[in-house]
Every structure is written in C-alpha cells, then in structure tokens.
Design a protein around this ligand. Sequence first.
Ligand SMILES: [Mn+2]
Length: 215
Amino acid sequence: MTCVIATTGAGRSDLKFKPKRGTMLELRFAAASRPKKGETVNGDAFFLREFDENALVVVADGLGHGEAASVAAQKVLEFAERNFRLGIELEMFVRGCHGSLMGTRGAVVGAALVNKEKERLSYVGVGNITALIKTKSGTSHLTSLGGIIGYNLRKLRRFEYSFRSGSVLVMCTDGISRFAPSEYDFTSLESTAKRILEEHGKDDDDATVVVVEAI
Ligand SMILES: [Mn+2]
C-alpha cells in the first residue's frame, strides 16, 4: 500500500512512502502422516503451535516403527505441549526433549521456530529429518546435526534463515523419499502435503510431511 501525503506551505509535494508494516507474517499449516504399512500405531509425530509472535513446528521420528517408536514420538509431543514456550530458546527446547525421552527408544527430531515479526526461522535438527525452505528463487536445505534424542545427544547448533511472505517450510521424516519441491505447487497446502505423502511415502516406514507457508 502506498500513502500520499500533501504537505502544506509554499511548495507542494506529494510524498510517497511505504508505511511500516503493522502486521506480522501470517502462517498457514498443513500436514500428512501415516504409519508403516501393516502397523496400527504411528512412530512419527508432529506438533504445531503459535504463541505470541512465534510459531513452533516440531517433527519427530521414533526409531524404527511400531509401539516403541510411537511411545518415543508421543513423548516429544507431550514435552512440546507442556513446554512450547521454550521454543524461543530452541536449543533448550531440544535439550529438554532429550531429557524427557531418556529410557525410550529415542527419536530424531527437527524443531523450527518462526518469528513472524522478524520474518526469521530458527532451526535445530538432530538426526535424519529433512527440512527445507522453498522460495520463488529456490530451495535451501536446513542443516541438521547427527544424534538421537533420548539416547545420544551431541552438540546442538541453531541455524537461522530468513522466512518471508511466500516462503514455504517443508519438514519430512525419512519415510518420505527424496523429492523435488519444484515439482509441487503449494497453492493448496493440504493437497500438496497429501500428494507428497502419497507419491513419496515409503511402504516400509512411517511417513510424515509438514508444510508451513508465510503469507
Ligand atoms: Mn523413519
């Protein structure tokens, strides 16, 4: 939007300027998830929560599949439900997950915090969760380090990315085989998430895809 201001005085000028945005990014979310073929419980889990100017997005893949994997993944959800505000200190959030998963089989976890005011995305990934940001100009893959939450936590590192209007965050567990984000049109997030799951979900693993778009 452009504002036009007419100044008073001898001269006259039309001053055009862009007003400071009073609004934050708005986010849209969609997710698709299903267990491995033949399993009744899902060893993957995801969590989405907006609070203050933030949104926390977590994807967890309990090791293996079946009941024990599901217990570990559900523990991540329980921890996130109680402690999502820790997400503003993402390393502490992930460290807390690690503590609460001790004694379980363990899980790999990706945690993203979007700051809708600053248009930034912070990411901490432990183990094999794929996360990427798709923009008009291309795709950047978010960096995860090795380790297993609840079992073997190595050094945590937070990576920062810009996340602006039009940016799309995609997070998947390894039950989704590699795909080219450019092949998908993210106009309908829900049907895109479903299509990625249908077209790239592996039969021999639980599979999850979460999509978050800034508008
Ligand atoms: Mn898996």
